[in-house]
Design a protein around this ligand. Sequence first.
Ligand code: FAD
Length: 437
Amino acid sequence: MTEPRASRRVAVIGAGFGGLAAAYDLLKNGQQVTLYEAADHVGGLASGFKEPHWEWSMEKYYHHWFASDRHMLQLIDELGWRKHVRFPRPYTVVYYRGRFYPFDSILQMALFPGLGWGIDKIRFGFVGLFLRLTNNWQALEKTTVEAWMRRWAGDRVYELMWQPLMIGKFGERYAPLVNMAWMWARIKARTTRLGTFEGGFQAFADRFSALLQKMGLNLRLSCPVERISPLQEGGLTVQSADGQAHYDQVLVTQSPSVLARLAPELPPDYLRGLLELKSMGAVVLIFSLKQPLSPQGYYWYNIPKSAGFPFLALVEHTNFVPARYFGGEHLVYCGDYLETDHEYFQLSQDQLVQRFLPALQRINPNFSPQWVNKTWLFRTLYAQPVPFVNHSRNIPPIRTPLAGLYFASMSQVYPWDRGTNFAVEIGRRAAHLMLED
Ligand SMILES: Cc1cc2nc3c(=O)[nH]c(=O)nc-3n(C[C@H](O)[C@H](O)[C@H](O)COP(=O)(O)OP(=O)(O)OC[C@H]3O[C@@H](n4cnc5c(N)ncnc54)[C@H](O)[C@@H]3O)c2cc1C
């Protein structure tokens, strides 16, 4: 028999997938949990929005699960909600010399003309196979994607296949500095089957938070936390829009820079380490169209920056989730990962629409601006952590040096690329450490 755990007062800051998952395990183990969320809804970066006549919500930033997202799917199984998960198999394409080519099966990769028919294709195949088979990411984090790929796949394969992805994700400045373990993890963990929840990711988050509230969660929406301070007699004070409250333990799920701002009493070395972690922001403009954009029904377009498009990814959501769930509208994301001083963070929605419209014509020459019903713009300064060489040495542990203060964010997800799956994993791992202490 395990000892019943003492019921402590615990605060979780942030109702993203990480905070929600942590709250779940804390509540299951008898803790008194308050969840503070700055927004007026749960779900964080994976949250969605819905027009009144839509049946489903749409994520603000394009989201899907991979069939290998075992932490997410295991949680869904525990909740008994697997029947609400859908796994369509939408089409992904890559750009090459003015055309888009399907690129999500071995056969399609073999037929892709960009790599020619000789040694490059063989090297591309062998490198892919090696990365799928090896588990030794520790060796790979000692070098950059660029150095490793140039050596083993060759300059041409790197420049054609991998460099565009790296520049798209991390920009010209950081792309050459990202370590190879990050690329290994992407290749290792991703599948071509892509999943979502019936009603959208927001439907999952709402349902999960309703269950947590039934379990006793005190959910404080529209309640940003401003300060976390240690108390001399033990425990911590949380200062929020609702006033001050005392807790035995506090879990922070925001970016390292937000943690540094909320808890300035952390030791200077630790604060410095937090501020040295780098990340990219994201800007996503969504178009609702009267007609489908992709004549071929493609879902995901990978677009190299060199092709002159004003964004990195074009994602036709309604080629993943049918348009009938959105009142027959066709929904297209145009998104990019950018450094936070990029002009896209300053331009108005209208200015961005004007920049992006001509690119839609490159996807479908029949496209006309009259097809546009409506647009939405979402921007976040914290979207994609940047893992440099030997990144594992720089990751702050979940237990911070302040007694009772814990930290579980996207920046600690490694070597895996961040995602809701890993938010759930690190949120639950943090909850277990908190229960142990
Ligand atoms: C463009 C883009 C595409 C993505 N695509 C995918 C995908 O396809 N599949 C996938 O699984 N994942 C994807 N992700 C990643 C996924 O969204 C994140 O990994 C995950 O949502 C992170 O969850 P989290 O709980 O760690 O953080 P967050 O979701 O960031 O949650 C943190 C929460 O804290 C709140 N908050 C902030 N400050 C305060 C404060 N002071 N007080 C109280 N609350 C505060 C925020 O409002 C937020 O709700 C994508 C992300 C982006 C940006």
